[in-house]
Every structure is written in C-alpha cells, then in structure tokens.
Design a protein around this ligand. Structure first.
Ligand code: NAD
Length: 287
C-alpha cells in the first residue's frame, strides 16, 4: 500500500477528471490521460471549478487547492503512465475500447503496477484477460461525482490476487471513501439495482404514464431520493445507462433487463444527457 504514490487515470471525462481530483486532494500524484486534448482541458476546467466550490465553502484552503492542482499532470499519451503504481481506467463503457486500453497499458506500465477499471458493469475477469497480469487487475467503481460521493464499489475478478484487492481497498479508504466488495457479476451490485429502476422510469415515460417531471418528482418525494431517476440518468449519461442495460441483458439473459426503446432512441439521436446539453431534459444554458 505504501508503494502507491503515482496514479494514472485514463479518460478525462466526468469520472476520470473527478477521480484525478480525489487522488490529488489526498496528496498523491496523478497523471490524467485522454486521447482528446480538448477533453483534458474540459476535465481540468471541471476540476478547477469543483476545487473553487470547496474553497468558497471553507472546506479547502486556497493553498490546498493550488497544491492539489500542482499534483495533476495531463497527457495525451498513455506512454506517460509508465511510472504509475496504479492506473485507473475511466474511458467510455465499451468492452472493445477497454480491451484496447488494457492491452496497451499492460505493455506500458511496470510489472508491479496494478490496473483498475472504473467500469459500471463490464466483467473484471474479462477485462483482466486482455492483459498478461490478470492477478493485478481489479474493479474500482467510483460513484458520480467522485469528489462528493462516498462510495467505492470494489470488484474482484476471478484471478484477482487478494493482496492486490486489499491494496486497492486500502487506497480507496485513504481517498476518504467507504468501500463495499462485490463479486464479478454483470452490473455488480449498485448498477444491478439502480439501472433497472432508471430503465423502468424510461418505460413509464414511453408509455405516457406521467410526464418526465412527475416521474422524477414522484420518485424524489415518494421514495426520498435526492433526484429523480430521469434526472439521474441525464447526469450519468444516457449512453452509459444504455451500455449498462445491454451488459445486464446480455450477461444475465433475462428479458426484464431489455433496454427501453425510448432510451435507445435518445442515445441514437445523440441526446446523451447533461454532457451533450440534451437528454430527457435540455441543458443548453448550462453548457
Ligand atoms: P465520459 O464520456 O464522460 O468520459 C470518457 C472519456 O474517455 C472522454 O473524455 C474520452 O475522450 C476519453 N476516451 C475515449 N477513448 C479514449 C482512449 N482511447 N484513451 C483515452 N481516453 C479516451 O464517460 P464517464 O461518464 O466519465 O464514464 C467513464 C467510465 O466510468 C465508464 O466505464 C462508465 O461506465 C464509468 N462510470 C460512469 C459513471 C457515471 O455516472 N457517468 C459512474 C460510475 C462509473
């Protein structure tokens, strides 16, 4: 555990940027990598505004915020992760893409390095099989947004070494998180339960049971959730929600996990939620 000092994060989207921020706030060095330099700039912008909110609330000093930023390096090349002790992958929820990234990382990082995936649903055992070090591959599922959400769901692949698993759990605690352990099953625990609820909210919307606003208000006030399921889906990203439903449907083989056609249609239209300015709701003014 003491050996983890430098952490690479791949993907500077909503999760990757937030994870890099959490790492750097905990006084560890982070290297944030993305193929797209504008995504890196957007990621750093979101880190700066999140830190500024902590400073304005008084929970972080300006000096701590500056020091946190100085601990984050950006790169468009995975080769710059060669010295990392741990790499946390947070690229989109596509098995093909994760396969490419893990086999590339496996060639680049040192033999002792641990490779973690922030996947919401894809099998850790299968991701591990894309490398020559399956015993050093683990699931480290942060919640969105990582700087605010307290949970890390840790997932053991079939071949994950127990010491590696414990190292990653200890690290998550050092990052200020509470850790739960899940077996490597489609969607693990959190998304196995959350996504069917979101999918059902889309089905209710598609069937005209109520307006989006009333579905959200009903679930928010009726079940004491901080936000309704459709608002949450826009926040997570509809592409991510659909990808998770497909993993549940395919992996568990039960028609109850069939993705709602309206959700599929929104994703086909490019309505991915907050990140594209349009999902169930419109966010044009927020972009
Ligand atoms: P996102 O679309 O916001 O960001 C993904 C980033 O990966 C983008 O910046 C993209 O440019 C980058 N990327 C794409 N291909 C790449 C490559 N080849 N190399 C390096 N970077 C690349 O996605 P997100 O919402 O941050 O989700 C990332 C992962 O985290 C997914 O596996 C998702 O399932 C998981 N996750 C998401 C949430 C959520 O609420 N959104 C919560 C927990 C876990």
């Amino acid at each position: 555990m003491a050996s983890i000092k430098l952490i690479g994060v791949v993907g500077a989207g909503q999760m990757g940027a937030g994870i890099a921020q959490v790492v750097a706030t905990s006084k560890l060095q982070a290297v944030l990598a993305d193929v797209d330099s504008s995504a890196l700039n957007r990621g750093m912008k979101s880190i700066r505004s999140s830190l500024a909110r902590f400073v304005s609330k008084g929970s972080l000093s300006q000096e701590e915020s500056d020091a946190t930023l100085s601990r984050i390096q950006m790169t468009v090349s995975l080769n710059d992760l060669s010295d990392a002790d741990l790499v946390i992958e947070a690229v989109p929820e596509s098995e093909e893409l994760k396969k490419r990234i893990f086999s590339e990382l496996d060639r680049i990082v040192k033999p002792s390095a641990i490779l973690a995936s922030n996947t919401s649903s894809i099998s850790i055992t299968r991701i591990a099989s894309f490398t020559q070090r399956p015993q050093q591959v683990v699931g480290m599922h942060f919640m969105n947004p990582p700087p605010l959400m307290k949970l890390v769901e840790s997932i053991r692949g079939l071949q994950t070494d127990e010491a590696v698993f414990n190292t990653v759990c200890d690290l998550a605690r050092r990052l200020g998180k509470t850790v739960t352990c899940s077996r490597d099953y489609p969607g693990f625990v959190v998304n196995r339960i959350l996504m069917p609820m979101i999918n059902e909210a889309f089905i209710a919307l598609q069937e005209g049971v109520a307006t989006a606003e009333d579905i959200d208000m009903g679930m928010k006030l009726g079940t004491n959730q901080p936000m309704g399921p459709l608002t949450l889906a826009d926040f997570i990203g509809l592409d991510t929600c659909l990808a998770i439903m497909r993993v549940l449907h395919h992996g568990l083989g039960d028609s109850k996990y069939r993705p709602c056609p309206l959700l599929v249609q929104y994703v086909d239209a490019g309505w991915l939620g907050r990140k594209t300015g349009r999902g169930v709701y419109s966010y044009r003014s927020a972009l």
